[in-house]
Write a protein that binds this ligand. Structure first.
Ligand SMILES: Cc1ncc(COP(=O)(O)O)c(C=O)c1O
Length: 382
């Protein structure tokens, strides 16, 4: 399938998003939502590109945002907005209150300081941290020791005992604890713990529970456990339930197509310099992952070191196997880079950002965005 991409008339480097793949996941979510009553949001931090928000708008019940800028970007679509972030600032809260329908404060201190400025429109919730860790790398574990994300359950229990008005104020709970989880078992265990700690009476007084994101799924079948959990919460506590994935919608739908711009040998191995850079999907390098090749690597293939084009010695994608020695002009694609890539990409060394295309999976390809020197200039001049 990815091989087809090499023949398409795209300028490289290019992020190519397969629209039908994004929509297939969104439609699976929508169907699970219809069956269970769970309201489905898209967490726009994965890729806050307006055309993507517009593509998803008919299939989601709202968007989840992490800042005033994200809220401003998503607001014109007209869907309800949910926000949680440790980064809320006093001077932004009034405007956030006009844009967002739900806020989950990240700490009790943030709640006490900022809630009075919020205005009436926004439903007030609290992000809790169940402290149940399911990840072995603390760099992306919201439940890491001394985490800044959410109020520890024990702290909330204590605060509720001390101040009975707090229970009246809090209309919703939010938790987000996972990263790329393949099963909803952690969510089930977290919900059991929350119920044990906070009690049925407290949960029944709530209006909503937001289950966060952090899960990977592709079909409606993958969402059966989520639907059951949401249905159970709705029936037992009468709450609205929200789910806000990002990566599941975009990750697999996006690939990065790049061209070889130089080739030479070092210690008997071919080095191919690409017209892209690790700075076009820095998260993969942040977590020391090997970018997923969009082609099948055969054991008997030729070893080649694929290098990015910036001056950084470590701007190297790694050693890969290809069918034949590469030549200038050859194209390659990295798969599964649709989420958290373009949003984190930068123009280090003045290397332009990849162009963005929507692809129909066959011959139809649309250029959605081309970045140019003026964008770079605006960023770096007064
Ligand atoms: C609060 C919150 N909700 C939702 C998400 C989306 O997570 P994912 O893209 O892994 O589904 C994140 C990601 O960091 C998050 O912090």
């Amino acid at each position: 399938m990815l091989k087809m991409l090499y023949q398409l008339p795209v300028e490289t480097p290019a992020f190519i998003y397969e629209e039908s793949r994004i929509l297939a996941v969104a439609q699976a979510m929508a169907q699970a939502g219809r069956q269970s009553g769970c309201r489905m949001l898209y967490s726009i931090k994965a890729l806050p590109f307006r055309p993507v928000l517009e593509l998803l708008a008919p299939w989601v019940d709202g968007f989840s945002v992490s800042s005033l800028f994200e809220a401003r970007l998503a607001a014109p679509i007209g869907h309800p907005l949910h926000i949680t972030t440790p980064g809320l600032r006093l001077q932004e809260v009034a405007e956030i209150g006009t844009l967002c329908d739900f806020v989950a404060f990240n700490s009790l201190q943030q709640l006490a300081r900022l809630q009075p400025t919020l205005g009436e429109r926004t439903s007030i919730g609290l992000r809790v941290n169940p402290g149940l860790s399911f990840l072995d790398d603390c760099r992306y574990d919201p439940c890491r020791v001394d985490s800044k994300l959410g109020v520890p359950l024990q702290e909330l229990v204590h605060a509720l005992q001390q101040d009975c008005s707090l229970g009246e104020l809090i209309k919703g709970l939010h938790f987000h604890t996972l990263f790329a989880a393949q099963s909803f078992e952690p969510m089930r265990r977290i919900l059991i713990l929350i119920e044990e700690m906070l009690g049925k009476t407290f949960l029944s007084r709530l209006q909503w529970i937001n289950l966060g994101g952090g899960y990977l799924f592709e079909s409606q079948g993958d969402l059966t456990s989520l639907s059951n959990l949401a249905l159970d919460l709705r029936q037992r506590f009468g709450v609205d339930v929200y789910f806000e994935p990002g990566k599941a919608l975009l990750g697999r739908a996006g690939c990065l197509v790049t061209a070889v711009i130089d080739c030479f040998r070092r210690n008997g191995k071919q080095v191919a310099v690409l017209d892209t850079s690790i700075n076009h999907h820095p998260e993969i390098f942040e977590y020391q992952r090997r970018p997923e090749p969009g082609w099948t690597e055969l054991e008997q293939g030729v070893a080649v070191i694929l290098a990015g084009c910036t001056c950084l010695a470590g701007d190297v994608f790694g050693e890969y196997r290809v069918d034949r020695p590469l030549a200038v002009g050859d194209r390659l694609a990295f798969a599964n880079v649709g989420a958290y890539s373009l949003i984190k990409a930068n123009r280090f060394n003045g290397v332009n950002l990849p162009s963005v295309y929507f692809w129909d999976g066959a011959v139809g390809i649309k250029l959605i965005k081309r970045y140019n020197y003026e964008d770079y200039q605006t960023h770096w001049t007064l």
